[in-house]
Design a binder for this molecule. Structure first.
Ligand code: DC
Length: 233
């Protein structure tokens, strides 16, 4: 069976670019789980649902249909039948996603969707708790990190305003807030699984990171005793 590969890490560490490139190289499906949290957050913001109110979020979860569809190897998120695409890629939605992701009702709603997407293997799943909670028995687990300054630079560039000090300051503020929220929440906090390989991407190119991942997989495959479960929790 094709493998399940998990890539966790903080915002701006390069997870999406690396995961997409890795999935393309292996011919695997790419699952961006942050997009699921962003999609729910997008609806919460649009409908003025308080992103810190557990009752309001429970109602939002109960009345929202979130689905994933494989479009050319990329699991695309739909909310109540609408493809939310680019609308969820703002800093505002990212911060709201971080906020709602601390609530159990939200995490529970999205858990089975993620597991179902990976049930047949052949997937590169990216997020914060892929290796620790969603796919504890993943075949290969990676934790991608980078210096805060570099992560801020990358995110600012991604948003298209790389030279504006004001934009950089805004991204820096949001990123610090998200790092804090994501790593200090009680359930499924951002953490490197003990069996994940930590890769610091600060001074690596995307291809450099992908090469390192593929080398690691080849090495683990070659050195693993026959019949033994790889990397499982
Ligand atoms: O990866 P991202 O920036 O698109 O994720 C947006 C937010 O969603 C992130 O700040 C925390 C939350 N998230 C999560 O809690 N668990 C995941 N597996 C993925 C994202």
């Amino acid at each position: 069976m094709d493998k399940v590969i998990t890539i966790d890490g903080p915002a701006g560490a390069g997870k999406s670019t690396v995961s997409k490139a890795l999935a393309a190289r292996l011919g695997y499906v790419y699952l961006d789980t942050g997009a699921l949290y962003r999609a729910l957050a997008y609806k919460a913001l649009r409908d003025r649902v308080a992103t810190d109110d557990p009752d309001a979020l429970a109602k939002l979860c109960a009345t929202t249909d979130v689905t994933l569809h494989n479009v050319d190897g990329h699991m695309t998120v739909y909310v109540d039948g609408e493809e939310v695409g680019g609308k969820i890629r703002t800093e505002e939605v990212g911060l709201a996603a971080s906020s709602i992701s601390a609530f159990p009702v939200v995490r529970e709603k999205l858990l089975s969707l993620q597991r179902d997407a990976g049930a047949r293997g052949g997937i590169v799943a990216e997020g914060r708790d892929m290796g620790s909670v969603v796919f504890p028995n993943a075949d290969f687990k990676f934790f991608l990190d980078a210096d805060l300054e570099e992560r801020i630079r990358r995110r600012t560039r991604e948003l298209g305003d790389g030279n504006q000090p004001a934009q950089t300051a805004c991204v820096a503020k949001d990123m610090r807030a998200r790092d804090q929220q994501d790593s200090q929440r009680k359930i499924a906090p951002l953490t490197a699984s003990p069996d994940a390989l930590i890769i610091d991407s600060t001074s690596l190119t995307v291809d450099g990171v992908v090469d390192r991942i593929i080398e690691r997989m080849a090495f683990a495959g070659a050195s693993r005793p026959a019949g033994r479960k790889p990397n499982g929790a």
